[in-house]
Design a protein around this ligand. Structure first.
Ligand code: SF4
Ligand code: SF4
Ligand code: SF4
Length: 288
């Protein structure tokens, strides 16, 4: 653990609470397995002594800001998480004046499980080109240096090369394992509808039966709702209890949106996602 970095986070959080600048600070603390981490909601200066930051702090805490609307809250964000702040600002879901952003440079997160920490970096971290948050009020520890591989989307082009029938078979098998726990939705900063289409009975977009056909619709519609809005935190895949490779769907759409619109979600709070700016006169040409 980087003790100096952690001290900077604790000092800033403590001062914000002491001065009354914020009502709470959302950060990370050591989990009860004494190895991994979990979210911490600090409401008093003494709570801030529990704050930590290390390579196990994978959670994207920005999602919690949606539960704290109208309150002044500080949140610890990694560079990838900070894109979610821009997304929510752009979509009018949070107010900039109510959020104090404690940014941290990020060395990359490793794969963790209860009572287990691997040495392997998460896949998204190997190609991550963000070395500091895209938006912050205070940068703990400064910008860091980290080697990043080029993002080639080789996993996606490999999938694209397969026939439609092969891909269909693969995804039906994957969706057949989905237990509709909705953890992927709950953890996603871009999923915030008061009533999700998947649970709406009138109109009934998709049945609640847990079966491949319904699961297929559930996942397909969710993916498209995130097209051009997914900020690539990969939290949905990380929390999926049955290990459905949701990043393949998200990254396919990310790649397409990048190629078609030269757009990546959350990099700029002023730039709206492509599908939020549709004009009647716009026409897209598709190959027949
Ligand atoms: S994607 Fe980048 S910012 Fe996010 S955890 Fe990995 S290295 Fe850190
Ligand atoms: S769809 Fe997954 S990767 Fe994209 S923003 Fe939501 S949780 Fe993050
Ligand atoms: S987290 Fe996994 S199992 Fe749960 S609804 Fe999402 S895809 Fe299905």
């Amino acid at each position: 653990m980087d003790k100096e970095l952690i001290q900077q986070i604790r000092d800033k959080a403590r001062n914000l609470l002491k001065e009354g600048t914020v009502e709470g600070v959302i950060g990370y603390e050591r989990a009860s397995d004494d190895l991994t981490s979990r979210p911490l909601f600090a409401y008093s200066p003494s709570d801030t002594e529990r704050l930590i930051f290390d390579e196990t702090c994978a959670h994207n805490l920005v999602k919690y800001l949606l539960d704290k609307k109208g309150k002044k809250i500080a949140v610890v964000v990694k560079p990838c998480d900070s894109r979610a702040i821009n997304l929510l600002l752009n979509e009018g879901q949070i107010e900039r004046d109510n959020v104090f952003i404690i940014g941290v440079g990020c060395p990359g997160m490793v794969e963790t499980n209860w009572n287990h920490k691997s040495e392997t970096l998460q896949a998204k971290c190997r190609t991550c080109q963000l070395f500091k948050p895209v938006v912050y009020d205070f940068l703990a520890g400064g910008e860091i240096e980290r080697q990043a591989e080029e993002e080639t989307y080789s996993d996606i082009t490999e999938e694209e090369a397969k026939s439609v029938a092969t891909r269909r078979e693969f995804w039906l098998e994957q969706f057949g394992r989905c237990i509709r726990c909705y953890a992927c939705r709950q953890v996603c900063p871009g999923c915030y509808c008061p009533v999700c289409f998947a649970e709406r009975l009138d109109p009934l977009w998709v049945g609640i039966r847990i079966a491949p056909e319904e699961n297929d619709m559930w996942q397909t519609i969710r993916s498209f709702h995130l097209a051009g809005r997914c900020i690539g935190c990969n939290e949905c895949e990380r929390v999926c209890p049955v290990d459905i490779p949701l990043s393949l769907l998200n990254r396919k759409l990310e790649k397409d949106v990048k190629e078609l619109f030269a757009f990546q979600a959350g990099l700029d709070p002023e730039e709206a996602p492509p599908f939020a700016t549709f004009k009647k006169e716009e026409v897209m040409e598709f190959e027949k």
